[in-house]
Write a protein that binds this ligand. Structure first.
Ligand code: G6P
Length: 366
């Protein structure tokens, strides 16, 4: 079947808009109406593993980094994350009882495939999270979990990222149940939140005009900084990556707590700082980092929920209000502003959004 833009200006816009639907599909593939998570016909017993290593490139590596926070906090399972190009040549020792996880939209990224092959015969199990079922990475894994995002045409990954996160999150819940770190009631809360996610994503997409307005401001910047803490740190990385990929604006992400160890030296009235801060347990810490930015005349774009904004809006340059969401799901929801800020900035700058210069959708050579 031919894929068209379905009335959108770009494939990227279409793929961003599709997220409530494809996330709903991904959830439905692994979650039964009764609330049981079934990942694969082949049994995955998370008690067989003492640790997980996760390897990927680009946006997929940020999905891994997000999952690390979830696996460690919710399932108390240690996770090591690496980009494939480093992992493969680092040749790390793989202890027994290691689950090796490879995340790739295309399933053909050369470095990720090489990293997978390195783990063959060493890891207890090789599992991949992929979008393309017949891909090399899917075929060479013991277990391939499909993300069901549908064909992604835009070079900058959007819906594949959020679907990767959704599948990884369900893996975490499964692991946590098996390992006894989550009781039935807590699991039911997580699942309730997950079922509400497509609607919450739709609400975030309705903020498109606000994100467009923020992007017009960003489009004049030469450098942009993204900040986040804890599970929002990988989202800051993804926000910065998206922006540089398609708008060609130099963007960097930092864990908020690292601000004082270097990047604060860059702050002046010319540097917009995008702060991803849902009102969670680390909110006050992030806000105090944000205030350090504002004290140095940095222009803050605060992305938070209504509660967060009621507490911290004073002095910020621009605010983007996200709908409320259970804490653990915030990284999936906050992918939407990361994508839309980059998208509208790129459109404002007139770049080739779907085919940014120098980039390829799938990097099948080293
Ligand atoms: C390329 C794409 C990125 C993608 C990365 C990994 O660099 O431009 O959008 O995140 O490859 O691709 P994969 O198919 O392995 O997820």
């Amino acid at each position: 079947t031919r894929i068209d833009k379905a009335g959108h200006k770009h494939f990227m816009a279409k793929e961003i808009a599709e997220q409530p639907a494809v996330i709903g599909t991904a959830i439905g593939k692994y979650l039964s109406p009764q609330g049981d998570i079934e990942l694969s016909d082949q049994d995955i017993d998370f008690n067989d593993f003492d640790r997980i290593i996760m390897v990927a490139c680009g946006t997929a590596s940020y999905a891994c980094l997000t999952a690390k926070y979830w696996f460690e906090q919710i399932a108390r399972l240690p996770v090591e994350v690496d980009v494939a190009s480093e992992f493969r040549y680092r040749e790390p020792p793989i202890p027994p009882r290691t689950l090796a996880v490879f995340v790739s939209q295309s399933g053909e990224t050369a470095d990720t495939l090489a990293a997978l092959r390195y783990c063959e015969g060493k890891a207890a199990r090789i599992l991949s999270v992929v979008n393309v079922p017949e891909s090399s990475i899917a075929r060479e894994s013991d277990i391939a979990l499909l993300i069901h995002a549908g064909v992604e045409v835009g070079v900058a990954s959007t819906k594949a990222f959020t679907c990767q996160l959704v599948v990884l999150y369900m893996m975490v819940l499964k692991a946590a149940r098996a390992r006894g770190t989550l009781d039935a009631e807590a699991l039911a809360d997580h699942i309730f939140g997950l079922r509400g996610l497509p609607a919450t994503i739709s609400h975030a997409l309705e903020k498109n005009d606000t994100m467009h307005a923020a992007a017009l401001k960003l489009s004049h910047a030469r450098d942009v900084l993204f900040l986040g803490r804890g599970q929002m740190y990988p989202l800051a990385l993804e926000g910065a990556l998206k922006l540089k990929e398609i708008s060609y604006i130099h963007a960097e992400a930092y864990a908020s707590g690292e601000l004082k160890h270097g990047p604060i030296a860059l702050i002046d009235e010319n540097v917009p700082v995008v702060v991803m801060a849902p009102r969670d347990a680390l909110f006050d810490k992030t806000v105090s980092n944000m205030q350090e930015v504002m004290a140095r005349k940095g222009k803050v774009i605060l992305i938070s929920d209504a509660k967060g904004q009621a507490e911290a809006n004073d002095g910020v340059w621009f605010s983007i209000e996200m709908p409320p969401v259970p804490d653990a799901l915030a990284p999936i929801l906050y992918a939407i502003p990361a994508q839309l800020l980059a998208y509208h900035t790129a459109v404002a700058k007139g770049t080739d959004v779907d085919q940014p210069r120098n980039l390829a959708k799938s990097v099948t050579v080293e």
